[in-house]
Design a protein around this ligand. Structure first.
Ligand code: ATP
Ligand code: MG
Length: 239
């Protein structure tokens, strides 16, 4: 919770900053032997600090591609993406790695936890990458408690807890380096509606404390938690 409170202050201090993210004329083409697939076709939009955005659209419309570009996991074929005023194309590999590690948290549909690591080890892993040395497990415990995971589960492995609990672990892992942007691809896609609602309450709380959230969902009830929806179809923003 300490983490969250610090962010609240940050928000009030940085209201006049530039947008967290700007996409300008972004095109993403996947070259395939059978022919090019244009996954994103001239996408432009911007995200202000503190927004909570849902990205909706049919299967294959380009939602995951868009999220991967936002998270700098992939690069556009043409066009420009800027994060807090810096163009991604002007960043070095080291700068990009640090950006991904320190400022962006990713939450995946299938949790993507390491099966052989216990829950605390999973959560502190990105911290270890950052500090390049063993980390204090207390930090992991603190964040796990902030996502309301019971202490008795901390030394379990991911397969020994429920889907909802695994998603809380993956949220904790995404938060451990205190990112200011949280990207989520169908974060409740594999959860029942009650567990999903619990996860969404947690995300709303994080957003209230200042984290910018961009979430892909096909579920209009889940999208209601966001404050703006970007709709895409065939790789283009519609409406
Ligand atoms: N690595 C890839 N190589 C080739 N084509 C790809 C690749 N990733 C995605 N595509 C294609 O790009 C288009 C957009 O895919 P994307 O995964 O972004 O869709 P999506 O909106 O996330 O779909 P879903 O709702 O099913 O997850 C699709 O036509 C898909 O087949
Ligand atoms: Mg997808």
């Amino acid at each position: 919770m300490v983490l969250l409170r610090e962010k609240e202050q940050e928000v009030t201090l940085t209201m006049n900053e530039q947008p967290v993210m700007v996409f300008k004329d972004v095109v993403k083409v996947y070259p395939l032997p059978a022919g090019d697939v244009t996954a994103l076709d001239d996408i432009s939009f911007q995200v202000e600090r503190g927004e909570f955005i849902s990205v909706m659209g049919p299967s294959g419309s380009g939602k995951s591609t868009l999220l991967n570009l936002m998270g700098c996991l992939d690069t556009p074929t043409s066009g420009d993406i800027s994060i807090s005023g810096t163009r991604i194309r002007d960043m070095s590999d080291v700068e990009l790695t640090n950006l991904r590690r320190d400022r962006i948290g990713f939450i995946f549909q299938y949790f993507n936890l390491f099966p052989l690591l216990n829950i605390i080890e999973n959560v502190t892993f990105p911290m270890m990458l950052k500090s390049q040395k063993a980390v204090d497990p207390e930090k992991g415990k603190e964040v796990l408690r902030s996502v309301q995971l019971d202490d008795s589960l901390f030394t379990h492995t991911p397969t020994e807890v429920s889907g909802g609990q695994q998603q809380r672990v993956s949220i904790a892992r995404a938060l451990i380096n205190d990112p200011d942007i949280l990207l989520c691809d169908e974060p409740t896609g594999n959860l029942d509606s009650k567990t999903g609602a619990g996860i969404m309450d947690l995300m709303s709380e994080l957003n209230r404390k200042g984290t910018t959230i961009i979430m892909v969902t096909h579920d209009s009830h889940i999208a209601e938690y966001s404050r703006r929806t970007i709709r895409i179809a065939d790789g283009r923003i519609v409406e």
